[in-house]
Design a protein around this ligand. Structure first.
Ligand SMILES: Nc1ncnc2c1ncn2[C@@H]1O[C@H](COP(=O)(O)OP(=O)(O)OP(=O)(O)O)[C@@H](O)[C@H]1O
Length: 249
């Protein structure tokens, strides 16, 4: 198992990875690591490649060169079921199945994995409680939910089968500010109870500072600084990062 310089095992290790969409080169020989059991926020301006980084890690976008390791295991495309089941993914656009209730959306992967009914019920209740979703709301269909409620259902779904890696792409963005504060706190509590590697894409620098242990700043497809939150905040590596912090905090 590969480790960071602090001795933590790595959940994700990207080595010299290049990605292109047709003619557009998004990453050119990108190196990136995600430690286990810590929360890392990726920040950077629109179009710099944050969502592509998440899609690369969960196998939705193949690299044209370079290597991807998950918990030390090299991955090839398409990722196998074990690798895919080990990654939870929640996105801003939510993507709930419209013909399934909120409960059924959350429970779906566990059912496919043949979990026992009682274990499914317990896990759904636990996650719904964590995310502040009342049980009456779980019987509703996605079109009967507000954007913020649907987003929290998406978060529960991404956590259902206890993935070792959780990828969140603007996953709290539709939640109103007061509820978001509560959801942040509950999310952090859940992280204490079930630590995992979390990679959180956000445009909200305050959210990054509040939730994350580490920040990775991305600029035009490169990681320009990656370190502990306090280090990045106190010692921005260049003027671009200093401005990003100043303008958003
Ligand atoms: N499927 C695609 N086909 C072609 N180009 C794409 C595709 N997806 C993303 N891009 C382009 O790749 C670049 C990186 O996009 P990406 O979505 O990763 O950026 P981002 O940092 O997440 O942006 P935002 O903060 O606006 O969501 C952008 O220039 C985008 O227009």
């Amino acid at each position: 198992m590969n480790t960071t310089k602090h001795g933590n095992e790595l959940a994700v290790e990207l080595s010299q990875v290049s990605v292109k969409y047709q003619q557009l080169e998004v990453f050119n020989q990108l190196d990136f690591t995600l430690p286990q059991q810590q929360i890392t926020a990726v920040v950077g301006e629109s179009g710099c490649g944050k969502s592509t980084l998440l899609k690369l890690i969960n196998g939705l976008v193949p690299p044209i060169s370079g290597s991807i390791r998950l918990h030390g295991h090299p991955q090839t495309h398409p990722f196998n079921t074990t690798a895919r089941r080990g990654i939870g993914y929640a996105v801003q656009q939510i993507g709930l199945f419209p013909h399934l209730s909120a409960y059924e959306n959350i429970a779906l992967l566990a059912k496919l994995d043949d979990w026992q009914q009682q274990a499914i019920e317990q896990r759904v209740s636990y996650l719904a409680e964590c995310m502040g979703l009342p049980s009456t709301l779980l019987q509703r269909y996605p079109h009967q939910l507000s954007g913020g409620q649907a987003q929290r259902v998406g978060l529960c779904r991404s956590l259902m089968v206890k993935p070792r890696i959780l990828l969140l792409d603007e996953a709290f963005s539709a939640v109103d500010p007061i509820t978001r504060k509560e959801v942040h706190e509950r999310f952090l509590q859940l992280h204490q109870e079930e630590p995992r590697a979390v990679l959180l894409v956000t445009h909200d620098m305050r959210e990054a500072v509040k939730i994350a242990d580490n920040i990775a700043v991305m600029h035009e497809g490169e990681i320009v600084q990656h370190g502990a939150v306090d280090t990045v905040m106190d010692q921005p590596a260049n003027d671009y990062i200093a401005r990003l912090i100043k303008d958003h905090i």
